[in-house]
Design a binder for this molecule. Structure first.
Ligand SMILES: Cc1cc2nc3c(=O)[nH]c(=O)nc-3n(C[C@H](O)[C@H](O)[C@H](O)COP(=O)(O)OP(=O)(O)OC[C@H]3O[C@@H](n4cnc5c(N)ncnc54)[C@H](O)[C@@H]3O)c2cc1C
Length: 386
């Protein structure tokens, strides 16, 4: 179980105990590295705790498709090995306009090229997959049966427990407050509970990443801003009612699926920010009710139990910043996941561990180059959707 003991020293320190920080610590400790995670609250308490469960490979560029294909392999592998649910119930994008279909044809072509078996299907086929759908306006759908969902808290706990089994230390209720730097080299971190000596730090704080970069004195411009993104859960219904993640851009950029407990969970594109405020709003409640019942009219009968908010840590091109920051040795960042960091975590962990232990990785980490903002080389907008 996570400890409150802050070790005096650690070869590597990961700041942030969300799915990304924990998965990185898991991968590094599995490779025999000495690593400590420092988390200001409890493991999984940030955005990870508030996430919508979705794991998809349906992206619109080579890098994200390849990274997510690897991530899904790792999700499958670890869910089996560690015993947490990862259900490959697919992602279904409902399409209503000719130009949407054209865009998805292009995306599917990229996905197929890298081995992701997405297909364009008819509205009737979509209705076979989710019989409750209103398909009266749908003209096609993009369907990949190998996408899926996992319980974020359960998965994070399993990665955490197994990281500890490999020797990682997870220190909760400890906040990083500053860096100890000499001649451009990290010597340690100051925390709310004393200092820890270390030479290698990974900033895995997502929505808080800019604060950690500022503490480290990083001058490179890495724009990551916290946006309030809300979600809803309904009363539980018969298992299997909505198996895949269903997406509709037309209806509010909505995404919805059924959790393992039976409730319908999801959200819409409604966002506020930049802000660190997390109060759910009445406007969201109205929007989500309107859009969800357009997609599945039967949802009108269901009670909404709860709404909540979390952060999307957004960058200008909706892709994270992952890599080494050369101004300070040895400082790495893996943050700014723009609403799809849960699904990426296992592959991100592999990339970061490769960079630290081998100095290179076979996955296309350059796409997430933290220096691209400063160089003005933004990527195409990553498909942003639960
Ligand atoms: C409503 C909602 C739905 C979402 N749906 C999906 C989805 O379907 N699929 C998907 O892939 N993603 C989804 N996301 C996004 C996903 O939740 C995030 O991308 C992911 O959880 C990021 O993980 P992380 O570990 O980087 O960040 P976090 O989980 O936020 O972890 C960062 C941690 O850093 C800690 N920290 C911050 N500052 C300090 C400090 N100074 N010292 C010590 N610790 C510190 C925080 O306490 C926090 O625990 C959703 C997000 C929201 C809000």
């Amino acid at each position: 179980m996570p400890t409150r003991e802050l070790p005096e020293r650690s070869e590597i320190v990961v700041i942030g105990g969300g799915i990304v920080g924990v998965a990185i610590a898991h991968e590094l400790s599995k490779r025999g590295e000495e690593v400590t995670v420092i988390e200001k609250r409890f493991i999984g308490s940030g955005s990870t705790f508030r996430c919508g469960t979705g794991i998809r490979q349906q992206f619109n560029d080579e890098a994200n498709v390849r990274v997510m294909k690897r991530s899904v392999e790792l999700w499958g592998h670890y869910s089996e090995e560690y015993g947490f649910p990862f259900e490959q119930t697919g992602y279904l994008f409902l399409l209503y306009y000719d130009d949407e279909v054209e865009e998805f044809r292009r995306n599917i072509e990229i996905q197929n090229r890298f081995g992701v078996p997405t297909r364009l299907i008819t509205p009737e086929e979509a209705k076979e997959i989710v019989p409750l759908l209103d398909i009266s306006e749908v003209i096609a759908a993009s369907w990949n049966p190998t996408d899926g969902k996992a319980d974020p808290f359960h998965a994070t706990a399993k990665f955490a427990l197994n990281a500890e089994r490999f020797g990682a230390r997870l220190v909760e209720y400890t906040e990083v407050k500053g860096f100890i730097v000499e001649n451009g080299e990290i010597k340690g971190l100051k925390t709310s509970r004393g200092t820890i000596k270390t030479g290698t730090v990974i900033n895995a704080t997502n929505a808080w990443a800019k604060l950690i970069n500022a503490m480290a004195g990083i001058k490179t411009k890495i724009p990551i801003e916290p946006y309030k993104h809300q979600a809803v859960i309904t009363q539980p219904v018969r298992k299997g009612a909505v198996k895949p993640m269903v997406i509709s851009f037309k209806y509010g950029h909505a995404y919805l699926t059924q959790t393992s407990h039976g409730g319908i969970v999801g959200g819409v594109g409604y966002e506020e920010g930049p802000t660190y405020d997390l109060n759910p709003s009445y406007e969201f409640l109205r929007e989500v009710s309107y859009y969800f019942t357009k997609i599945i009219p039967a949802l009108r009968e269901l009670l909404i139990l709860r709404t909540w908010a979390g952060y999307y840590a957004k960058t200008p091109d909706s892709n994270p910043a992952i890599g080494k920051i050369e101004e300070l040795s040895d400082y790495y960042i893996a943050a700014g996941f723009s609403g799809h960091g849960f699904m990426m975590a296992p592959a991100v962990a592999e990339m970061v561990a490769d960079l630290i232990t081998k100095g290179r990785t076979d996955l296309p980490v350059e796409w997430y180059d933290p220096y691209r903002f400063e160089r003005g080389e933004l990527r195409g907008q990553a498909l942003q959707m639960g």
